[in-house]
Design a binder for this molecule. Structure first.
Ligand SMILES: [Zn+2]
Length: 295
């Protein structure tokens, strides 16, 4: 079952039992060393925080909210969805309206920062003393950033993982009346070698680090783009991955032809210079794997 459906169930748990959910962005299937029950899940497609956070905050799946990547078409221009996000209705606010005592601890990058449900989390140690709440959702994005910049398994990454593990063990002891879950939005894969995606037939690619969308037919894209580090999805392949035909909105705001970077590769766009060592958005099992921990 993919991560959004798993999260819907976990959030429902909060109506019966105090629940703390810690979303560690970019952790994916990285194995934490903590006493916990684990369950395997997988990211949405594309496996990106943008797509995940839209699904989380709207309580809709990608084919319903139609955000498929960070860079989206807006008429003739390209816009960054995360910088200009506007949610008509936030799921956590909705839960609060329904009577659930909920707090969303996020960062400067969180999709919805509307108080009173939102509160800024500067350090995980803020969680040791929680007020009386039914649901506390934590969006922790530091590990994602370190993974992008220094790589999964780097010394900097491992140091942050150790801090996280220590904090989780302490939280388990301190917050005895809470069910505590650790989840993730996606993992990541190495992407050191960058492939520049050009404008093709007047169409600029949109998407994110390892996935791109063109509004140009498959045959024309394969004629213009040939690189061992990328894969152009055939229309049937894309429908299979989506579990449906691409929606009209997806074609209009992104495109019907999808280009995916293979392991070791990432994309650069005409308007975005990507220097990350690791990235996400692709098809690899590695970056789509997510482990859910129940402490
Ligand atoms: Zn990321």
């Amino acid at each position: 079952m993919h991560i959004i459906n798993e999260l819907r169930n976990i959030i429902n748990n909060a109506w019966n039992k105090k629940t703390l959910i810690i979303l560690v962005e970019g952790l994916g299937g990285y194995p934490l060393i903590i006493p916990a029950k684990t369950k395997r899940s997988m990211s949405l497609f594309p496996s990106s925080s943008t797509v995940f956070l839209y699904s989380l905050h709207t309580n809709k799946l990608p084919h319903e909210h139609n955000v498929w990547g960070r860079y989206i078409r807006d008429g003739d221009s390209i816009k960054d969805v995360m910088e200009q996000s506007q949610l008509s209705k936030d799921y956590f606010q909705e839960l609060s309206d329904q009577g659930l005592n909920v707090l969303y601890f996020g960062t400067k990058n969180s999709l919805n920062r509307e108080e009173p449900v939102f509160r800024e989390l500067k350090s995980l140690s803020q969680l040791y003393e929680l007020p009386d709440l039914d649901l506390v959702f934590v969006h922790w994005d530091l590990i994602d950033w370190i993974g992008h910049r220094y790589g999964v398994g780097s010394q900097a990454y491992q140091q942050e993982i150790e801090t996280l593990e220590l904090t989780l063990k302490r939280l388990r002891k301190t917050l005895q009346d809470f069910d505590i879950y650790v989840v993730s939005d996606h993992g990541m894969a190495p992407s050191q070698e960058k492939i520049f995606l050009p404008e093709i037939n007047g169409n600029v690619p949109v998407g994110g680090g390892r996935i791109a969308f063109y509004q140009v037919p498959y045959e024309e894209i394969t004629k213009s783009l040939s690189h061992p580090g990328l894969l152009v999805l055939e229309p049937e392949e894309l429908s299979l991955i989506l579990g449906m035909e691409p929606t009209k909105e997806m074609k209009e705001s992104y495109g019907e032809t999808v280009v995916v970077a293979k392991k070791g590769y990432g994309f650069r766009f005409p308007y975005y210079d990507n220097r990350f060592l690791y990235d996400h958005g692709g098809l690899s099992k590695e970056e789509r794997k997510i482990i859910i921990y129940k402490l």
